[in-house]
Design a protein around this ligand. Structure first.
Ligand code: PLP
Length: 401
């Protein structure tokens, strides 16, 4: 019989992360699953949005983005990274980095093209590959051994990366600072990736939405700044995380003109444009002084340290993030058969919601022993979650007896 649902739509599930938010709401649990802040956005950008509506920025903006915002993006990249970007031909403003990523994938891949994805990965990249017809190839990010190297960082084997590239490779997706691992890719690692992209004539599509959320002296390096990569990189970014406005849906893609013109066409027919008044506020946001970003990183470091301490007290083994606002944890000692069972138990019985690790892997079982907590929350929220989680200590004791 004729199927009325596409094969593509059948090949992926609804987002597990967003599903966990619904579960948290149903059980009144503290939601440390989905990555959205529970504190307000900066006052000046809220005012800029209000003024833009009062000033009647109510109609479509130019499809590839309001001029004021594109100019602000170009200026910020020059100031922060000495990258010169032409706002007229190299920027596409999209509905969040979510749309920027899928527009980029649709713009550059053909069915049969391969796209390399580091695993564990932010869950959207799987469906993005399916929607664009590309075949994902996974390169493992190995977790540090927490017994011998508690401060260690996740890493890939250079040989694995080398082996993943071939003539069919169209692009590699990079996410640094990384969700869910907290890894910040080093210059040496980015150079290896760059060398292979150049060798195989492949693109780098890089999701850098946590660029300003880095800890302990880690440095965020956009791969577009690595020699030879400016012309073969699509840089994806967003207001969501840096300005705590995940609901505004303002993101962007930066790429050389011939790539940008393909991205712009896809974007135009997918969404026409991102909300016009919020783009105007985006121009204000991107012009905030360095002190704003310094405070952002400091505040997140405090939240990270608080949640790390609370999770460890409750019996979790934690991978310490160098960037982004998530803590991946090892749950093997709690004695549950898998991550989903544990995450549901946590929500319903303990009152705290996290994301099952399996949602970050293409083979679910790779994540059965992990769950991820978000710490983009006020300290009181983290404290409350921590108090509830302490009840787990008795469970852990029972399971290890
Ligand atoms: N990329 C990564 C790595 C994320 O973690 C998230 C949200 O959690 C997104 C993209 C979504 O960003 P946006 O709100 O800009 O669509």
């Amino acid at each position: 019989m004729k199927k009325l649902v596409s094969e593509k739509a059948e090949r992926f599930t609804e987002s597990v992360i967003r599903d966990m938010t619904r579960l948290a709401n149903r059980y009144g649990a503290v939601n440390l699953a989905q990555g959205f802040p529970d504190f307000p956005a900066p006052e000046e950008i809220k005012q800029a949005a209000t003024h833009a509506i009062e000033d009647n920025y109510n109609q479509y903006s130019i499809t590839w983005g309001a001029k004021s915002l594109r100019n602000a993006i170009a200026k910020k990249y020059e100031t922060d990274y000495e990258l010169k970007i032409d706002p007229e031909s190299e920027v596409t403003v999209c509905c969040g980095s979510t749309e920027a990523m899928v527009s980029a994938m649709l713009a550059v891949t053909n069915p049969g093209d391969e796209v390399i994805i580091f695993e564990p990965f932010y869950e959207n990249y799987g469906p993005d590959s399916i929607l664009s017809g590309a075949t994902p190839r996974y390169v493992t990010l190995h977790a540090p051994n927490l017994n011998t190297d508690p401060q260690g960082t996740w890493h890939f084997e250079p040989g694995d990366l080398e082996a993943a590239f071939n003539d069919s490779t169209k692009a590699i997706i990079i996410n640094t600072p990384n969700n869910p691992t907290g890894k910040v890719f080093t210059r040496a690692e980015l150079r290896q990736i760059a060398r292979l992209c150049q060798k195989w004539n492949a693109l780098a599509i890089t999701d850098e939405i946590y660029e300003h959320i880095v800890y302990d002296g880690a440095e965020h390096i956009p791969i577009a700044t690595i020699p030879g990569m400016r012309e073969r990189t699509i840089t994806i970014n967003s207001m969501s995380k840096t300005y705590s406005v995940t609901g505004w849906r303002v993101g962007y893609a930066i790429a050389a003109p011939h790539l940008t013109s393909a991205v712009r066409k896809v974007h135009d027919f997918l969404t026409v444009g991102s909300p016009a008044p919020l783009q105007e506020a985006g121009a204000t946001a991107l012009a905030l002084p360095p002190s704003y970003y310094e405070k952002l990183a400091r505040d997140y470091a405090e939240r990270r340290d608080l949640l790390l301490g609370l999770l460890r007290q409750a019996g979790f083994k934690c991978y310490k993030p160098q960037g982004a606002y998530y803590i991946m944890t090892d749950i093997s000692e709690f004695g549950f058969s898998n991550d989903t069972e544990f995450a549901h138990y946590l929500t319903k019985e303990i009152g705290v919601t996290a994301v099952p690790g399996s949602s970050f892997y293409h083979q679910l079982e790779y994540g059965f022993k992990q769950i991820r907590f978000a710490f983009c929350k006020i300290l009181d929220t983290l404290q409350l979650a921590g108090e509830r989680l302490q009840r787990l200590r008795t469970i852990k004791t029972n399971s290890t007896n």
